[in-house]
Design a protein around this ligand. Structure first.
Ligand code: SF4
Length: 216
């Protein structure tokens, strides 16, 4: 029995929509709470809504799905100290574990074996000053760095960051266009012509389902 608890916004089973794991069936555990306020945030409902779950209740819930891929997302999972223990428990339970994090919390205590998908907040998010650059030393080839690009200034800034921190070849570098703001075709063109070392990504779930639908 495990009496640890964590505040959860929602749990759902769907298709992984982002990262190199896009397209795979995945169980999502969305934690509650985030100190950031990205200008284009699409999960504002996670800022405060949620219920406290014991780890046992959480594991019972996710065990009902015939799926061994689980993603801890938010909100910001790492703002709750119990997330680190939960990640470890999920690994021990035999899950392949993804962690989606905003990049402002330290990755130092994230258990090895967890595949980290870490945002590097670009200027148009208005959160670029929160990036914890020290986290780059905890990134390896199993991890992914994600830049959400709103405009040309974001794109140029992201390329500068990649050069400054020698990120080419370190891990997968994902560029995603802010939904319904930067046309995907524009970002695709910039990548092909100027940044062939990054990977274009889109949010599959917003194409498959209504973009405002929760729990998908
Ligand atoms: S880090 Fe994520 S949840 Fe937090 S404000 Fe930014 S997009 Fe929203």
């Amino acid at each position: 029995m495990c009496l640890s608890t964590i505040k959860i916004n929602e749990i759902f089973y769907s298709i992984q929509g982002e990262s190199t794991h896009a397209g795979r069936p995945c169980i999502f555990i969305r934690t509650s709470g985030c100190k950031l306020r990205c200008s284009w945030c699409d999960t504002k409902y996670s800022y405060s809504e949620g219920d406290e779950y014991t780890f046992d209740a959480l594991l019972d819930h996710i065990d009902q799905y015939d799926c061994k891929l689980v993603e801890l997302t938010g909100g910001e999972p790492l703002e709750q100290s119990s997330s680190y223990a939960l990640l470890e428990v999920l690994l021990q339970r035999g899950y392949e574990v993804l962690l989606e994090t905003g990049g402002h919390c330290s990755l130092e205590k994230v258990p090895s074996g967890v595949k980290k998908i870490v945002d590097i907040k670009c200027p148009a998010s208005l959160m670029h000053k929160t990036v914890l650059w020290d986290n780059l030393r905890y990134i390896d080839s199993n991890d992914e760095l994600k830049f959400v690009i709103q405009d040309r200034a974001d794109f140029d800034w992201a390329i500068e960051v990649i050069e400054k921190y020698s990120l080419k070849g370190k891990c997968c570098l994902l560029f995603s266009a802010v939904f319904e703001v930067l046309p995907r075709a524009t970002l695709a063109k910039w990548i092909c012509e100027e940044a062939p070392f990054v990977r274009f990504q889109m949010q599959f779930h917003k194409v498959i389902w209504d973009s405002n639908l929760r729990g998908v």
